[in-house]
Design a protein around this ligand. Structure first.
Ligand code: SF4
Ligand code: SF4
Length: 475
């Protein structure tokens, strides 16, 4: 770009993005810590969540892990219930219900998830930043660190790497179970190179995220963050600056006449210095705001110092700031709640009436029937049984109320592991006399020892009219 064209470009009035310098390079953020009441409450929640995240893979419910997302075998265990590959509909309803529940919570509480419970925020603010502040001696200090000895930075890296290793191992325990993880950890990487590679990649991604990418995950990478922003409305809870009270902002001048009295904001910039996404809450609701409440804590501390009431930056709603009533019960909240309740009921019905097996009958390809030398007509039916229960199950294949018919199968009683599929041909023999117009309706029943039955109708084919000679028949 030549000088002339550079001069014609308009310079932005302020920073275009909170993490972008005017020359296009990344603006690194070093937020100051404000240990106010919200931070204290969030810390309790954060450490409780870290404890739950760490312990959950070790907890068993009904003899199963509380959470095990076994992607390899397509079996998801959630709080004692195992979703099998045959439970796609159940899992879809469960996921939809969870999603709508999140929509409802977001509509009422805004981005509470981001600020209080998201693993990115929890680990960044209550594990990785504390490590840095402790080792670099920067508790309560913001801004770019200067003259940090290399050995301190190295210790930060080593401790962060150890934290990422812990996180990666715990994370993988959710997918492979603690027993498998224990084997991997105690054996040489050469005995399970693929697992070792997975572990190394996950650890590497976490190092990248928590040591380099940081707030960019929330600002540009997280789709849920974007989604939440469009789920808010005027009555949703947000962290906001009270313009009516704060403006006109300015440094404290006690000598100002009453008529010129300034607002409560003393333009100290503390709310900006503590913000982990680098924004100024006074500019209004922004997509980068993760509702972490650090600006509210920082401003409360300032208000305490200057003897003004707390809450210049606080949890509120756009409606409240505009002098309107904040309505918790509103159409979108009611619609979400009704949909969640409807799906919960539907899921309950699906679970209560869940069949112990998926049974499918298929006609064997080739000849539709065979007339045996004995005169009996034979149809070959391919029986498919998928175990939908989360324990090994025994299934018996039989015909319903057909004393004159017989069923020949290699396995009339089959034993299937959870999710396992059985597929075998069975031979059904019927006297020729039962065929009316070349067809005869039967029912194949699959039963379990505890009395569950799955009935499937089948239309047997046989010869038309005049007795056929032994051999292959015609449809
Ligand atoms: S911390 Fe409060 S007083 Fe200071 S600049 Fe921010 S809003 Fe104004
Ligand atoms: S503006 Fe306030 S609540 Fe939003 S991310 Fe920044 S510090 Fe957190």
């Amino acid at each position: 770009m030549n000088m002339a064209s550079q001069q014609t470009l308009l310079q932005p009035e302020g920073r275009v993005l909170s993490t972008l310098e005017s020359d296009g390079s990344r603006r690194w953020l070093y937020p100051r810590l404000s240990t106010g009441r919200y931070w204290q409450a969030r810390r309790i929640v954060a450490y409780a969540l870290i404890a739950i995240f760490t312990l959950l893979p070790y907890i068993s419910i009904n003899g199963k892990p509380a959470v095990l997302l076994d992607v390899l075998h397509r079996r998801f265990t959630l709080f004692g219930y195992t979703f099998l590959p045959t439970d796609t509909a159940l899992l879809a309803v469960f996921m939809l219900m969870t999603l709508l529940g999140i929509f409802a919570i977001t509509a009422v509480l805004g981005r509470a998830w981001c600020g209080w419970a998201c693993p990115q925020t929890v680990y960044m603010e209550y594990l990785f930043r504390p490590i840095e502040r402790l080792v670099l001696g920067r508790a309560g200090v913001g801004g770019k660190p200067k003259d940090i000895p290399g050995w301190r930075a190295f210790i930060v890296f080593v401790l962060s790497l150890l934290a990422c290793l812990y996180l990666a191992h715990t994370f993988l325990a959710y997918f492979v179970g603690v027993a498998q993880l224990r084997i991997w950890v105690t054996q040489s990487p050469f005995e399970h190179p693929a697992a070792f590679m997975v572990m190394a990649v996950v650890t590497g991604l976490m190092v990248f995220d928590f040591l380099y990418f940081r707030e960019q995950t929330c600002i540009i990478a997280c789709p849920y963050g974007r989604l939440q922003s469009v789920l808010l409305d005027k009555s949703s809870l947000i962290v906001s600056y009270d313009t009516n009270r704060g403006e006109p902002r300015g440094k404290i001048h006690k000598s100002l006449p009453v008529v010129e009295k300034q607002g409560d904001c003393i333009d100290c910039d503390m709310c900006v210095q503590v913000c982990p996404t680098g924004i100024d809450i006074r500019a209004g609701l922004q997509v980068e705001c993760i509702s972490c409440t650090q600006c509210a804590d920082a401003c409360d501390a300032v208000m305490d110092k200057i003897g003004r009431p707390r809450g210049l930056v606080r949890y509120t709603s756009q409606a409240a700031l505009a002098g309107e009533r904040t309505r918790i019960i509103r159409p979108r909240v009611v619609i979400y709640a009704v949909m969640v309740l409807g799906l919960m009921t539907f899921l309950g019905i699906l679970l209560a009436t869940k069949s112990p097996a998926d049974v499918t009958l298929l006609r064997q390809t080739g000849s539709p029937f065979l007339v045996r030398p004995t005169g009996q007509v034979e149809n070959i039916i391919v029986v498919k049984i998928a175990n939908r229960m989360d324990q090994t199950q025994e299934y018996t294949i039989a015909l319903v109320d057909q004393p004159k018919l017989s069923l020949e199968a290699t396995d009339r009683v089959v034993r299937l592991a959870p999710g396992q599929l059985f597929q075998e041909p069975v031979h059904v023999l019927a006297p020729r006399a039962v065929f009316d117009d070349g067809e005869y309706a039967i029912t194949v029943r699959v039963t379990t020892p505890d009395g569950h039955k799955v009935d499937r109708p089948f239309r047997m084919l046989g010869p038309l009219g005049v007795p056929a000679a032994a051999g292959k028949g015609q449809p």
